[in-house]
Design a protein around this ligand. Structure first.
Ligand SMILES: [Ca+2]
Ligand SMILES: [Ca+2]
Length: 157
């Protein structure tokens, strides 16, 4: 949990935050304070935090953990539709990866297979170079190199 924080302790010191947690956004630290920087939005049994700061996949995952949540895991078309309306026009990390079994994506937090998917035609296509799951601006899914920094969505029940 403190993994990213310790790595970035130097950056944290140089940045005035009211509280202690800081994460790196495109080379710049920002304050997350363990709280959703926007607000939790409710849909059914889940709550979602749409974070308009860019992080790589691992850092985004850690950031969600700080918020006592995890990266988005879409389980149905209804959920996809609800999310898509709110994410339109940007790129967002979700909690899927195939880093442990190339070609077979699973949800990292739940350790479950992707029952519902919404891949763009031709995706996933990146082989071992693209192991993290992105939602594109139009809502379709893409496998993407995990080091890219994009927005991300945390969810909790
Ligand atoms: Ca892959
Ligand atoms: Ca791809």
């Amino acid at each position: 949990m403190g993994h990213l924080f310790h790595e970035l302790a130097g950056s944290c010191k140089a940045t005035p935050c009211k509280e202690e947690c800081v994460a790196l956004s495109n080379g710049k630290p920002f304050c997350i304070n363990g709280k959703c920087p926007t607000s939790w939005q409710i849909n059914g049994e889940k709550k979602y935090c749409f974070v308009n700061n860019s992080l790589n996949w691992q850092a985004a995952k850690d950031s969600c953990t700080w918020m006592e949540s995890h990266l988005l895991e879409i389980e149905s078309e209804d959920e996809q539709t609800w999310i898509q309306i709110k994410t339109s026009g940007n790129r967002w990390w979700m909690g899927g990866t195939d880093e442990e079994s190339e070609g077979t994506f699973h949800w990292k937090y739940s350790k479950t297979t992707l029952n519902y998917t919404n891949w763009l035609k031709g995706e996933p296509n990146g082989g071992t170079a693209e192991n993290c799951l992105e939602m594109r601006p139009e809502g379709l899914w893409n496998d993407k190199p995990c080091y890219y920094s994009i927005y991300y969505i945390c969810e909790k029940r």
